[in-house]
Design a protein around this ligand. Structure first.
Ligand SMILES: [Zn+2]
Length: 289
């Protein structure tokens, strides 16, 4: 399969139903290649990345959206984020002392866990919604979230296999936005979507997938948007953060460890600085004394 990293909106004429489909290949592969994740956690990361991509396009704000789960089980935390330029990043932390289960529900993995969805507009206040873990899957939790936050019936399908990550979303808009006719449209579209196999969700491009499902419906597709891996961290920013620790502390770590390593807590990129790299930080610090 070619590299496709796209999200596409669609709707059905003469109904109040809208949808989104996301398909990610190398943007997802880039995210999971940054750490040595257990196979089943790679899949879960893919579901979270597909979920945040969908959320990003549904909640239209100028800013950053993230979805994070936290718990006391083997999975400590998993966070996926997307900004308005469709930059995706995600990271997970788990108990590496134990073998990670190949099959386990989100509830079991997290133990007393919950989800937090954070909407951080460039202007205005940050909003956080807590979502309890319901059912066996992230998709069910998201359906619950949409129902709680927007009171709109929504259905979500997510899949990932370590190479591709994909999601499909359907939502029934409020009745006043309904166009005349077609009372059964929602049930019919949902029923057709439930026939999609994970393999189809992961391998068919959006036009083909939607054609297969809805070729008898008046489907309207909108322009697709390209998504990519992207993290706002950089070597310079990491250097600046290390420099702000002060010359004394930097000298001490260098003398004990030989170098300073810093891992980005959002994308797992590791930046390493040896003594020569840090000379300017040490010099600048020294002059201010
Ligand atoms: Zn980063």
């Amino acid at each position: 399969m070619n590299n496709i990293n796209e999200i596409q909106r669609f709707s059905f004429d003469n109904t109040n139903v809208r949808g989104e489909r996301v398909l990610l290949t190398d943007a997802y592969q880039n995210i999971i290649s940054r750490k040595s994740y257990p196979k089943s956690l790679e899949k879960l990361l893919g579901e979270f990345v597909a979920a945040i991509a969908l959320l990003r396009d549904i909640v239209k704000i100028d800013g950053v959206l993230s979805i994070q789960c936290k718990g006391e089980g083997q999975l400590k935390t998993l966070m996926a984020e997307c900004d308005e330029q469709q930059n995706l990043r995600a990271i997970a932390q788990w108990d590496e002392a134990q073998a990670f289960p190949e099959q386990a529900s989100l509830k079991e993995l997290l133990a007393n866990g919950y989800l937090v969805i954070t909407i951080e507009p460039r202007q205005g206040n940050r909003y956080q919604g807590i979502v309890e873990i319901v059912g066996d899957s992230l998709a069910q939790c998201l359906e619950q979230y949409f129902f709680q936050s927007e009171q709109l019936p929504s259905r979500v399908w997510l899949a990932a296999d370590g190479t591709q990550a994909a999601g499909l979303f359907l939502q029934r808009l409020p009745a006043e936005q309904a166009k005349d006719g077609d009372e059964d449209a929602w049930e019919r579209f949902v029923h057709l979507a439930t026939t999609v196999k994970d393999e189809e969700l992961l391998t068919l491009d959006t036009t083909e997938l939607l054609h297969r499902l809805y070729h008898e419906e008046e489907l309207r597709m909108y322009d697709s948007k390209t998504m990519q891996f992207g993290c706002s961290c950089s070597r310079q920013r990491t250097f600046d953060a290390i420099a702000s620790m002060g010359a004394e502390e930097i000298r001490q770590i260098i003398s004990e460890e030989g170098s300073i390593k810093a891992e980005c807590q959002f994308c797992a990129e590791v930046y390493q600085f040896n003594k020569e790299d840090l000379d300017s930080a040490l010099g600048d610090q020294a002059q201010t004394h």
